[in-house]
Write a protein that binds this ligand. Structure first.
Ligand SMILES: Nc1ncnc2c1ncn2[C@@H]1O[C@H](COP(=O)(O)OP(=O)(O)OP(=O)(O)O)[C@@H](O)[C@H]1O
Ligand SMILES: [Mg+2]
Length: 345
């Protein structure tokens, strides 16, 4: 048997974690949910179709905010419940009132919601806290990548600077410094959660830039980077700074897992039919067991002495925000393959 929509609506209505009462234009109770029955002690069948005035003291009627909403259309928030209906509950509740309008905009009734106050505040606080933590973590972690790149290049210059062509590296250093400055300003401006500025960009350029950034780190350890990218992959719409960070995080994880002289494969392919671009980063490093794989996206999970455990957490968040996905295949001693899928522009 397939239950009707009305059946489901009734179930949901009665089991909402808040009290609901609706009165019509004439002031009669039209809806009264189970939760409010429990909170007020009035049975639904005793109040439905009856005047709302019977539920409250008559002398309170001119102060009753639900009746005022019905009369004037003015809505109220965060009221003490007794300004709508008396409750027998030890939990702290707040009431909001709303005017119910028909298609022409005329008020045809009024509704009150009784919301557990502690719960609402608790939830709001938890959300604010989680958002703040996520922003802060993201920012701090973002600061590390440019700093690591700068110190890598500085190290290389100290050892090698002989020809003019190596001055090219200085450009990269200055780009990274600009990025660092931008991050600090963003931090001071308290960037909005989930903030990202997307423009059409080329995945080829992004991957080539990333490969150039890690090149010196690789050459110091004799790691081989095999870059395999198509001539003309479909463009993507992305925040290239954020994606660069994702690929740097993934590649650095591979570097950490590889022995000296190990190999990294960086491939990209477009699938026009599915409307996606696939970026595969494969290393022949130490791989992961099931327990590490199950935890690797959790914030602060790390198996490294100096790891923060935020790289994959942040990377997943960024890819999710771009409407893509990250898939991991790995085996202990069998290397790791990370596949990032992104929608084409
Ligand atoms: N390519 C890989 N090979 C083996 N293990 C990996 C690989 N990528 C991730 N891991 C495992 O997943 C864990 C979490 O990775 P994540 O990048 O989130 O943090 P981290 O590298 O430890 O620290 P950081 O925040 O500095 O990046 C790593 O500590 C490591 O155990
Ligand atoms: Mg990492």
């Amino acid at each position: 048997m397939v239950e009707s929509l009305v059946y489901w609506l009734q179930l949901v209505f009665h089991h909402l974690p808040l009290g609901v009462i609706v009165i019509d234009r004439g002031g009669q109770v039209r809806l009264f949910n189970n939760r409010l029955s429990i909170l007020s002690g009035y049975k639904e069948e005793r109040v439905l179709g009856k005047p709302f005035l019977e539920l409250i003291n008559n002398q309170d009627s001119e102060y009753n905010k639900l009746l005022q909403t019905l009369a004037t259309g003015k809505e109220y928030q965060n009221l003490m419940p007794e300004s709508v209906i008396m409750l027998n509950s030890s939990t702290d509740f707040r009431a909001n009132t709303y005017a119910i309008k028909d298609k022409s905009g005329a008020t045809v009734g009024a509704m009150a919601l009784l919301i557990p106050a502690g719960r609402q505040q608790e939830l709001e606080n938890a959300i604010i806290k989680a958002e703040k933590l996520a922003i802060l973590a993201e920012m701090i972690h973002e600061l590390r990548n440019p700093l690591t790149a700068i110190s890598g290049f500085v190290q290389l210059l100290q050892q090698k600077i002989r020809t003019n062509s190596e001055l090219e590296y200085l450009d990269i250093i200055s780009d990274e410094l600009k990025r660092l400055n931008r991050l600090i300003s963003d931090f001071l401006l308290q960037a909005k959660p989930g903030y990202c500025s997307r423009t059409q960009c080329s995945i080829n350029k992004l991957l080539t830039d990333v490969a150039a950034l890690v090149e010196c780190e690789a050459s110091l350890r004799n790691l081989k980077i095999n870059l395999e990218i198509p001539e003309d992959p479909p463009p993507i719409k992305a925040d290239s700074g954020q994606l660069r960070q994702v690929f740097l995080n993934i590649i650095r994880n591979s570097f950490d897992a590889l022995p000296d002289e190990g190999q990294l494969f960086l491939q990209c392919s477009g699938d026009e039919q599915l409307g996606i671009v696939r970026i595969v980063i494969r290393d022949t490093g130490k791989g992961m067991d099931g327990q590490i794989m199950a935890n690797m996206f959790k914030p602060f999970f790390t198996t490294k002495k100096n790891g923060t455990g935020l790289g994959m957490f942040i990377s997943k968040k960024i890819i999710d925000n771009h409407g893509g996905s990250i898939d991991i295949q790995s085996e202990p001693a069998g290397g790791t393959t990370v596949t990032v899928t992104l929608p084409v522009a």
